[in-house]
Design a protein around this ligand. Structure first.
Ligand code: HEM
Length: 147
């Protein structure tokens, strides 16, 4: 089981408190689709993902960005059992969507970049360390049904 210190819990909760799901979700997913263009293939039903402008303006990307952050909030609320909390979400991404699990890390990195642009100097090395530990546990739990 993953252990969390009180400082880590406070840091992760603190990051969530400052996130605007709508803009951060959309921007993180947009960055992922632009920086790693092969990730677009999983979103065939989303319409125009031709370039950064189209992706940024795509309402399905915006809506899905919120869905992803709400999914992360579920992990936040179940920090001591992310593995089981994500069992069905992992199965959905592997069996149904067949998302290559390396992409979980890529989207996570895009999210961290966007958070850094929002929090700026408040995103201290210690806060980033706690945040990335949280995302590492999320990525591992999402990848679990592939093993
Ligand atoms: C759907 C979360 C990474 C592709 C979803 C859903 C959630 C979610 C909560 C909705 C599930 C449902 O409808 O029951 C996450 C989280 C991720 C992540 C927390 C990592 C931090 C990825 C990545 C890809 C991806 C990296 C592909 C590159 C999809 C697709 C759907 C989906 C295609 C279905 C979208 C639709 O048709 O509405 N994801 N996801 N996900 N995810 Fe992920």
């Amino acid at each position: 089981m993953v252990e969390w210190t009180a400082e880590e819990r406070a840091a992760i909760q603190g990051v969530f408190n400052k996130l605007d799901y709508e803009s951060v979700g959309r921007e993180s997913l947009t960055r992922c689709l632009v920086v790693y263009p092969w990730t677009r293939r999983y979103f065939g039903g989303f319409g125009n993902l031709f370039n950064a402008e189209a992706i940024m303006a795509n309402p399905k990307v915006a809506a899905h960005g919120i869905v992803v952050l709400q999914g992360l909030e579920k992990a936040l609320k179940n920090m001591d059992d992310i593995k089981n909390t994500y069992a069905s979400l992992s199965e959905f991404h592997s069996v149904k969507l067949q998302v290559d699990p390396v992409n979980f890390q890529l989207l996570s990195d895009c999210l961290t970049v966007v958070i850094a642009t929002r929090l700026r100097t408040e995103f201290t090395p210690d806060i980033q360390a706690a945040w990335q530990k949280f995302l590492a546990v999320v990525v591992s739990a999402l990848s679990r049904q592939y093993h």
